[in-house]
Each structure stands twice: as structure tokens, then as C-alpha cells.
Design a protein around this ligand. Structure first.
Ligand code: AMP
Ligand code: MN
Ligand code: MN
Ligand code: MN
Length: 285
């Protein structure tokens, strides 16, 4: 059987970032859905890794450590997933702490922007949904705006309030691509370009992203993700070939109420690709 035939889910979020389930509840849900190899990839955080690994083992799954690092590239936010690193690595932890650093100030500015269009108390409101005080994200604002009846669902909140040019959007400078890759790789892990179809890059900018990612040692790209259409999966399978990158698979599950792709529910990776878990065979726990 080709090594791509594996129910691996290597991208999801817990209450340690902007998911709504604990690492233990996610592990139980993943196992119930047939996941064999799992990674929890909280944004800019590895604080849930030891719990997630223990929960994975209790559920009979194999585990890879994970995180999803926010990076600024060509003026836009790009997400880089790291897999199979040492979660106790001090430079990685320091880099992630630094990346989380501006979030509180940014959240205050987001609330000011929302107040100017008549939405009061958004900072305090978003905080009610935060599981990790160090990691307030746009998702927590979205949940507050849905709960308070301003919008019907979180996607509507992002469209009307939280994306570029909208009242609650605050431009932010995240980590550099070079730093994010060195933190992951120096800790023994592999870097993966997350959901590549989600960025509003020109063809030239996308080419630059893939080229620079490779030049800094990046080795994989998400092909099967909850945020790709089937046409986008085909397109990034071709990109994986073109750039000689391994392929990853992950739902990007955040919440039973918000995520349309459940843990472990994506199609398998196409058989002609090298799965990222082949590069990480000795890092699987
Ligand atoms: P932040 O890191 O604070 O900028 O928040 C980014 C997070 O917002 C992403 O990881 C997603 O969970 C969520 N997000 C971004 N765009 C959307 C969207 N259009 N609809 C719903 N959630 C989104
Ligand atoms: Mn998220
Ligand atoms: Mn992402
Ligand atoms: Mn994600």
C-alpha cells in the first residue's frame, strides 16, 4: 500500500490558541474519526504539546509535535506549520513567545476600530472566549460578534469586520519566514507551507514564497486541507511536484460549531506525492 494511504491529521487548534476544544477532547474526536497519526498545531504556541501527545497515546494514535507560526511575507500573513520538533527547545519557545508578543496591543487597536463603527466592548467581549491569555486572536473577536448578534456566523464577521480594509483590521508584523523556519528546523522539525491557496498573492509573489521557503530549508506544503477546494488540492499537488516538496494533510479543525471539515475526514493524499510523514519517520512518537 502506498505510504500516502494513512489517516493523518496534521493541522488543528485547541483552546491553547483559537480552537474551542481541549487537547484531550480533540484527541478523542480524532480517534473516533479514525485518525492514525495526529498533530496539534496551535497558533504560535507549543503549550499544549505534552498534553496532546499523552492524549494521543491514550487514544491509540501516533503523534507528531506541531505548531502554526504566523509569518509576514510580501506584506501579507502566511502560516507555516512546524512538525516533529522538540517541543522543549528553548529557541523555538522564545521565538514563539516573541511572535505572540504584539497580540494584546493589536487586540486593543482592533477594539478601537470596531468602537468607531458602534461596536462597544469588543476587547472585553473577545477576552471571554480566550483560553490562553497570551493568545488573543481575530477568531475570539469573531465569536464575540456572533454571540452579541452583530453577525450570523464567524465567516460573516471576517468578511465585514476583520479583513484588510475593514474596521476591525489592524496590520501586524509577524515573524520573518527565515526566523520561523530556523526555529522549527533547529529544533529538529520540518516546515510546511499551510493552506497555500488562502493567500492573495500574485503568481510572482507565490513563486517567491515557494522559492524562498525552499532556500531556507522548507520541505513540505499542505495539499489536502479543510480550506482547499478539490481544484486547489490538484493545483498544489502539482506545485509540490514542481518544487520537489513533500505533501501534508490536515483539517485545520477549530470547533464543532464552526469548522466544516472535521478531524480525519479529508481524502487521502494523492498516491504520487511524498507524504510529509515519510520525512518524519524517526520523529513520530
Ligand atoms: P489572527 O492570527 O489573530 O490573525 O487570526 C487568524 C485566524 O482567524 C485564522 O487562524 C483562522 O482561524 C481565522 N480566520 C481567518 N480568516 C477567516 C475567515 N474568513 N473565516 C473564519 N475564520 C477565519
Ligand atoms: Mn485559527
Ligand atoms: Mn492558518
Ligand atoms: Mn490553522
Amino acid at each position: 500500500m502506498p505510504s500516502t494511504i494513512l489517516n493523518a491529521d496534521l493541522h488543528c487548534h485547541s483552546i491553547v490558541s483559537d480552537g474551542t476544544l481541549t487537547p484531550e477532547a480533540l484527541a478523542a474526536r480524532a480517534a473516533a474519526n479514525g485518525v492514525e497519526l495526529w498533530a496539534l498545531t496551535d497558533h504560535d504556541e507549543v503549550g499544549g504539546q505534552h498534553r496532546a501527545r499523552a492524549a494521543a497515546h491514550a487514544q491509540g494514535m501516533r503523534y507528531l509535535t506541531g505548531t502554526e507560526i504566523s509569518v509576514t511575507f510580501a506584506g501579507q500573513t502566511v502560516h507555516i506549520v512546524g512538525l516533529g520538533f522538540d517541543a522543549d527547545d528553548q529557541r523555538l519557545q522564545q521565538g514563539l513567545r516573541q511572535t505572540r508578543g504584539g497580540r494584546a496591543q493589536r487586540a486593543q487597536e482592533m477594539a478601537q476600530g470596531l468602537a468607531q463603527v458602534g461596536i462597544r466592548g469588543a476587547y472585553e467581549g473577545a477576552l471571554q472566549f480566550v483560553g490562553n491569555p497570551d493568545l488573543i486572536s481575530r477568531t475570539h473577536f469573531a465569536r464575540f460578534l456572533v454571540e452579541s448578534g452583530v453577525c450570523g456566523d464567524t465567516h460573516e464577521v471576517f468578511r465585514k469586520y476583520l479583513t484588510e480594509g475593514k474596521p476591525g483590521f489592524v496590520p501586524h508584523r509577524w515573524a520573518t519566514l527565515r526566523d520561523a523556519l530556523s526555529w522549527i528546523q533547529d529544533a529538529g522539525g520540518v516546515a510546511v507551507i499551510a493552506h497555500p491557496a488562502r493567500y492573495a498573492f500574485t503568481a510572482n509573489e507565490e513563486f517567491a514564497l515557494f522559492t524562498e521557503f525552499k532556500s531556507h530549508g522548507g520541505r513540505a506544503v499542505e495539499v489536502m486541507t479543510g480550506s482547499h477546494s478539490s481544484a486547489e488540492c490538484v493545483r498544489y499537488a502539482a506545485m509540490a511536484h514542481e518544487f520537489d516538496l513533500a505533501a501534508s494533510r490536515g483539517s485545520d479543525f477549530h470547533s464543532p460549531d464552526e469548522s466544516h471539515t472535521d478531524l480525519g475526514s479529508l481524502p487521502y493524499l494523492p498516491g504520487e506525492l511524498t507524504p510529509v510523514w515519510e520525512l518524519l519517520a524517526d520523529r513520530i512518537q
